[in-house]
Design a protein around this ligand. Structure first.
Ligand code: COA
Length: 174
């Protein structure tokens, strides 16, 4: 197995147009439809990084800040911020564009966690992710804190063992 890969090797972009079947009764993109697109884009990213079948383990903090109207062009962009053992954190951002009006806005950001699995669905190790740009480095550095927070919330890590989180709070209250 390749021991490490650049974060950029997993970069994935997906572009879709919002059509009538994608919308709610206000003619805006349905949240569930957007989550579906985000899950697909992020899964492709995790597959590119691991060259494995991957499953979604968790999705963090998706908020819908602005409606995306019918006819908009939605662009999703994702990459692996950091890989642990069998799991990978994927950052994804979504932009919505009204091309005729020349308008573009960032509509969502989220972190997905995928786990690479073997033919029997058992977790299997993945290559390390190596950041290169400043943005990739910043997301790599903060990934351990996010991992600990999501594992605490999932009941998989005791709060007292979340050393990175504790360090953050101790730093802020010092
Ligand atoms: C994700 C899954 C493979 C983990 O299996 P498991 O038996 O709990 O395996 P482990 O305890 O060894 O954990 C494996 C990895 O998953 C990570 N993980 C497990 N649950 C997690 C969660 N809720 N959030 C983030 N990461 C999680 C662990 O931290 C571990 O990461 P690491 O190997 O990088 O340290 C298993 O729970 C699963 O198959 N879930 C269903 C996935 C699915 O069907 N998704 C689609 C939903 S419709």
């Amino acid at each position: 197995m390749t021991k490490q890969k650049f974060a950029s090797e997993s970069l994935t972009t997906m572009t879709e147009m919002v059509l009538p079947n994608d919308t709610n009764t206000l003619n805006n993109l349905m949240g569930g439809r957007l989550l579906h697109l985000m899950d697909i884009c992020a899964a492709i990213t995790a597959q590119k990084h691991s060259n494995r079948v991957v499953v979604t383990a968790s999705v963090d903090n998706v908020s819908f800040s602005a409606p995306i109207p019918l006819g908009s062009v939605v662009t999703l962009r994702s990459w692996v911020t950091r890989a642990f053992n069998s799991s990978m954190e994927v950052y994804i951002e979504v932009h919505a564009e009204n091309i005729p009006a020349g308008e573009r806005l960032m509509s969502n950001k989220a972190f997905f966690t995928f786990v690479a699995v073997d033919q029997l669905g058992r977790p299997i190790d993945v290559p390390a992710a190596v950041p290169q740009t400043d943005e990739e480095k910043a997301l790599f550095d903060s990934a351990l804190r996010r991992r600990q927070l999501r594992l605490v919330l999932a009941g998989r890590l005791k709060p007292q063992d979340a050393t990175e989180l504790r360090a953050l709070f101790e730093l802020e209250t010092a």
